[in-house]
Design a protein around this ligand. Structure first.
Ligand code: ZN
Length: 297
């Protein structure tokens, strides 16, 4: 028991060093050419929009050929042909990301008898894609083996996150304690004092970590997977609207989009409040793609 306690904290010293490394922030993304339509473009008449459709597609990276999932009013109805409750939730959350940004019910949950798009989880593969939209089949698919693996991935990522977090709490407490006692970091006894205080006082944090890991295994990892796939499906929904990839790393429609919050145990447990991966650029491009479709139909 005591041996394990010591080991738990030993890990923390390593973690602290790792998290204290500050990497330079790349400005490359900020320099790439803007694909965000201006208000003037978004407010142009239907006639003008129709006439400029080709130019708009190349400038704002739109793919009209992908727009096969709309009903007569330009809305999308997705029928989730899957028994997975997690994926069904992901689909709802993804639809809400878009709908709340666009201010209308663009994406709707369809039924077997009323839908414009069918969503399934498949053993089929499409390169390394987690998910893909096939316009000709009006089919949105998630790759099943990747999806199944994601649970273990989220579980272990979240567990590391939680352990680092609580180990760091021990380190902070210890640092404060030694500082208050006037023991300088240059003191030859410092590391010894640090370690012995930390090990003696890590009990609460260790208990909290164990409780969190239990929660992760019971439900929070599944919740993380749900959010991971909500982002993945929201990206695919962008393709359904007729968006090609964005050159901006921060956009949902960047070719390698991902949800970096899914390992954050606390945020996921709270329900990722306020999180929405649809950026202002994604939104404006989607508005334009829908506008062109409506101008043509
Ligand atoms: Zn994509």
């Amino acid at each position: 028991m005591a041996h394990n306690n010591n080991r738990w904290f030993t890990l923390s010293a390593t973690t602290m060093l790792l998290v204290s490394v500050i990497l330079p922030v790349s400005t490359a993304a900020a320099k790439s050419k803007s694909v965000k339509p201006t208000q003037a473009v978004l407010k142009a008449s239907a006639k003008k929009t129709r006439a400029n459709a080709k130019g708009l597609a190349s400038k704002y990276k739109l793919a009209y050929g992908a727009q096969r999932g709309f009903d007569k009013k330009g809305r999308v109805w997705i029928y989730a042909k899957t028994s997975s409750k997690t994926l069904k939730s992901s689909l709802k959350v993804a639809a809400n990301y878009w709908n709340s940004r666009l201010g209308k019910k663009e994406f709707n949950i369809g039924t077997k008898s009323h839908h414009t798009v069918t969503f399934t989880a498949t053993n089929q593969k499409n390169g390394n894609s987690d998910a893909w939209w096939t316009p000709s089949l009006k089919s949105l698919k998630v790759q099943l083996s990747y999806y199944s693996k994601s649970h273990k991935d989220v579980q272990s990522g979240m567990t590391s996150y939680v352990n680092s977090y609580y180990q760091n709490q021990v380190a902070v407490k210890t640092t404060n304690y030694l500082a208050n006692r006037g023991i300088a970091t240059t003191d030859p006894k410092y590391s010894q004092e640090f370690y012995s205080y930390a090990v003696k006082h890590q009990g609460t944090e260790q208990k909290n970590a164990k409780k969190a890991v239990k929660n992760i295994n019971q439900s929070v990892a599944t919740q993380g997977v749900m959010y991971e796939y909500a982002s993945t499906l929201a990206h695919e929904m962008g393709h359904i609207i007729g968006l090609n990839h964005s050159p901006n790393k921060l956009d949902l429609m960047y070719y390698q989009s991902g949800n970096k919050n899914i390992y954050n145990y606390f945020d996921v447990k709270r329900g990722l409040r306020g999180y929405n991966p649809v950026t202002a650029t994604d939104k404006a491009r989607a508005q334009l793609a829908i506008k062109v479709w409506q101008a043509k139909h």
